[in-house]
Design a protein around this ligand. Structure first.
Ligand code: ZN
Length: 119
């Protein structure tokens, strides 16, 4: 039996109806709800299983190394979405740049101090 749903162009749906119903899979309200629930479930299944609410402390490049390592493993195991991995990659690059600049400034200040003391 054909689906009895009338589309917006006033044509009847040409798909076969679900057994014992008058509507096809696409037009049956019950199936739409089920399909939506399934897609929602799929959505939650794809969300990361690791917690991003846990605070992380980044003090040294070694901490960044650990974070990148964990992120790579998370992506590899499908626990971390690639988007999150890309963001972590970008932010850790920023962190390392900032750290490098801060260390560089600290060294210059120390050199300046030692020069002033030696004069
Ligand atoms: Zn239909």
């Amino acid at each position: 039996m054909k689906c009895t749903y009338i589309k917006t162009n006033k044509e009847q749906c040409k798909a076969n109806s679900i057994v014992d119903t008058q509507l096809c899979f696409r037009h049956s309200p019950e199936h739409i709800t089920r399909a939506y629930a399934a897609s929602q479930k799929g959505g939650t299944n794809r969300s990361p299983s690791i917690s991003f609410q846990e605070e992380i402390t980044l003090r040294t490049p070694k901490d960044i190394q650990m974070l990148i390592s964990k992120t790579i493993n998370g992506i590899w195991q499908g626990k971390v979405p690639i988007k999150v991995g890309s963001t972590i990659g970008f932010l850790t690059r920023c962190w390392l740049d900032a750290h490098e600049k801060a260390e560089f400034e600290k060294r210059i200040e120390e050199l300046e101090k030692s020069l002033q003391n030696s004069v």
